[in-house]
Design a protein around this ligand. Structure first.
Ligand code: ASN
Length: 329
């Protein structure tokens, strides 16, 4: 019988109504009781490293999850992490960099409604995740949600209430699961490189979303305070003329920091070479562009590189495809 470790971290899937609204209360053993026909086909152990609404999940928790999988890796055939949906895409992206070349599947799932609601999506999501985790052809870090399997670097929460809460951005779904059967659109390749688990990342990374007319004060503050600065610019990318000189000065002054240019537009990605507002600084400065990556992945990849990779290797690794994260590189 396949051995699966269910790692419960809270979220709506395990929530009940408290006096102040929904809060995680249902134990992982009780979660499994709601999907008994599936659960009894496998040998499932449970562990609860933390029990939070995912609004409260931080990079420190991503490190706890990576360590939990490292400590249990040899004992199980697959892993299912139940997680709140609000920051699930961030955790999934982080685990994609922290756990690489895993020939065992690591699934992250959650739900829009608690598992004990009559109209819940939780039972399908949990049951599908366990089936996927126990399947011989599954590998790597993925999200299973609403009958779809999404590469863990490509997900974005796009709906706050509907069951199809996650989209796979700039990449197709890897598989679908109908009535407990997996239909693989993109078969998982076996990793030939050895498993790598990183349990530390650099948490000193910030995000600045540009708005029309933005004051350069914020830009200065971010360059002074952080090791990694992600700037979400407009369209395919550029820096407005009214902050451009400051941006150039700061990039030169803090050349040891990682500056990453992203876009606020969800689909199709950035390309700063297209317009003069982007092209002129791209020639003069060293920074990274997210291209078709999600913001969640760009953030997690920056945190992982800053902590674990040599400065000279940054560029090569930022643009290297990891768990399907970037194609336009
Ligand atoms: N659907 C959910 O899980 C939302 C919840 N607030 C969470 O992220 O924990």
């Amino acid at each position: 019988m396949k051995k699966v470790l269910l790692i419960a971290t809270g979220g709506t899937i395990a929530s009940r109504k408290g006096t102040g609204g929904l809060t995680p209360q249902i134990s992982p053993e009780d979660l499994l009781k709601y999907i008994e026909p599936t659960a009894k086909r496998f040998n499932i152990d449970t562990i609860t490293p933390f029990n939070l609404d995912s609004t409260n999940v931080t990079p420190k928790h991503w490190e706890e999850l990576a360590l939990c999988i490292k400590n249990n890796y040899e004992k199980y055939d697959g892993f299912v992490i139940t997680h709140g949906t609000d920051t699930l895409a961030y955790t999934a992206a982080a685990l994609s960099y922290m756990i690489q070349n895993s020939n065992k599947p690591i699934i992250i799932t959650g739900a829009q409604k608690p598992i004990d609601f009559d109209d819940t999506d939780a039972r399908n999501n949990l049951s599908d995740s366990i089936i996927y985790a126990a399947d011989d052809k599954s590998r790597g870090v993925v999200i299973v949600f609403d009958g779809k399997v999404i590469a863990a670097t490509r997900a974005k929460k796009v709906r706050t209430k509907s069951y199809n809460a996650f989209s796979s951005i700039n990449y197709p779904f890897l598989a679908a699961i109908f009535d407990g059967k997996i239909i693989r659109y993109i078969p998982c390749e076996e990793y030939s490189e050895s498993l790598k688990i990183y349990t530390k990342i650099n948490k000193n990374v910030c995000l600045l979303k540009l708005i029309p007319g933005m004051d350069e004060k914020l830009l200065k503050l971010m360059f002074e305070s952080y090791d990694g600065i992600i700037i979400e610019s407009f369209g395919v990318g550029g820096v407005p003329d009214y902050i451009k000189d400051t941006f150039i000065d700061l990039c030169k002054k803090y050349s040891e920091k990682m500056v990453v240019m992203a876009t606020q537009v969800t689909h199709e990605g950035s390309d700063m070479a297209v317009y003069e507002v982007g092209a002129d600084i791209k020639e003069k400065l060293t920074f990274f562009e997210t291209h078709d990556m999600t913001l969640e992945s760009a953030l997690a990849k920056t945190m992982w590189i800053l902590e674990n990779k040599d400065d000279l290797k940054r560029e090569e690794i930022f643009y290297k495809t990891i768990n399907y994260d970037i194609l336009m590189n």
